[in-house]
Design a protein around this ligand. Sequence first.
Ligand code: UDP
Ligand code: MG
Length: 138
Amino acid sequence: MEKTLVILKPDCMEKRLCGAVMDRFQKAGFDIVACKMMRLTDELLRDHYAHIADKPFFPALAEFMGSRPVIVAVLQGQNVIARVRELLGPTDSTKAPKGTIRGDYGTDVSVNICHASDGTDSAAAEIKRFFKAEEVFA
Ligand code: UDP
Ligand code: MG
């Protein structure tokens, strides 16, 4: 069974959309096997976004991601990494089709409701970054 990491971002929290977003994942057949609320520190964000830490938009992104506590969760199911990315839609909410989570609820290329791991390696690394082994009920 495959696992992926999702983060319900500050805009999702502020808009009270956590239930709506999790409902889409659960209706697609995926199980929540870990879940916690936390405020993302600068150190955690530098690790999590290491692949884009040198981009000009990174400081604004880090400020947004740390602006309020978020919900971090691990989802499990068949092909969950690719399927959750499909359910989210593309990064830029303004280009995401209606019917996708970002297309329906997101604001722009930065403020886009939810993070999800983009592959097997990143999923494993991200789950380890946010959860101890005993916190994942897989
Ligand atoms: N991001 C941004 N500006 C950009 C591209 C990305 O603020 O031009 C933010 C956005 O919140 C995105 C995150 O950085 O979700 C990570 O970028 P990535 O390319 O990994 O997109 P994702 O995997 O989230 O679709
Ligand atoms: Mg990404």
